[in-house]
Design a protein around this ligand. Structure first.
Ligand SMILES: C[S@@+](CC[C@H](N)C(=O)[O-])C[C@H]1O[C@@H](n2cnc3c(N)ncnc32)[C@H](O)[C@@H]1O
Length: 210
């Protein structure tokens, strides 16, 4: 089994299982929701938005973003886990302008230059080839579009330590990056790095434009 295939299978297995509890209560889900709210609150209001959430889970942030944009536009979610996508479709089955697709962030079967905004929350550190994912986000974004990636950011000893520990126990975990690494990766993919905004316990939203 090659490394890439193995990595995808491990992730699918883990997140398929998580899909059973991601819509439930508890501190973990509250933590994730607060982080997603932080991202959604920064989005600039616009009519007829083309919005994409990569690693969308069961679609919670997509519902919140759609509320912020008054449901005007097209709202897409992509996730590697079949079960996350099934649940997201169930959660939003009445919404005609919501679309959920099972795909790897590194290869998303959608049109070039279609999206005004791409977000990704607590998902990026699971991508085996982060540069490939960023190239894909760049391809999908319109000129003038913005990307918001929220992830635990390894600027402090705590997150660096956590990153090492998690890697020992979770083989599908790849890496938590520092702000400098995010900035370099964004620039390599062609983005203009705009800024980072800290939300709860050393998670940062890294914002870049095309
Ligand atoms: C911790 S959950 C976060 C879900 C949601 N974004 C949130 O903030 O609650 C990580 C999500 O990333 C997805 N994921 C992991 N690797 C991925 C990849 N390579 N491509 C797309 N989605 C991926 C998982 O399936 C899972 O739904």
């Amino acid at each position: 089994m090659n490394k890439e295939f193995n990595h995808i299978k491990l992730n699918e297995k883990k997140w398929d299982k998580w899909s059973e509890s991601l819509d439930g209560k508890g501190w973990r889900n509250e933590f994730l929701r607060k982080a997603q709210e932080g991202v959604v609150s920064l989005l600039e209001i616009k009519n007829d938005i083309h919005f994409l959430d990569v690693g969308c889970g069961t679609g919670w942030a997509i519902g919140k973003a759609a509320e912020r944009f008054n449901f005007s536009g097209k709202f897409f979610g992509v996730d590697l886990s079949t079960k996350m996508i099934e649940r997201a479709k169930e959660n939003f089955q009445s919404m005609e302008n919501f679309y959920f697709i099972k795909a790897n962030a590194e290869s998303i079967p959608l049109e070039d230059g279609f999206f005004d905004v791409i977000i990704s929350t607590n998902s990026f550190h699971h991508y085996l080839n982060p540069g490939k994912a960023l190239n894909e986000f760049y391809r999908l974004l319109k000129a003038g579009g913005k990307i918001y990636i929220l992830d635990p950011t390894a600027d402090s000893w705590l997150i660096k330590f956590l990153d090492k520990i998690i890697k020992m126990f979770e083989p599908e975990h790849v890496k938590m990056y520092s702000s400098k690494e995010f900035k370099d990766m964004f620039i390599n993919a062609g983005f203009k790095y705009l800024k980072s905004v800290e939300v709860q316990t050393r998670q940062k939203i890294h914002i870049a434009g095309k």
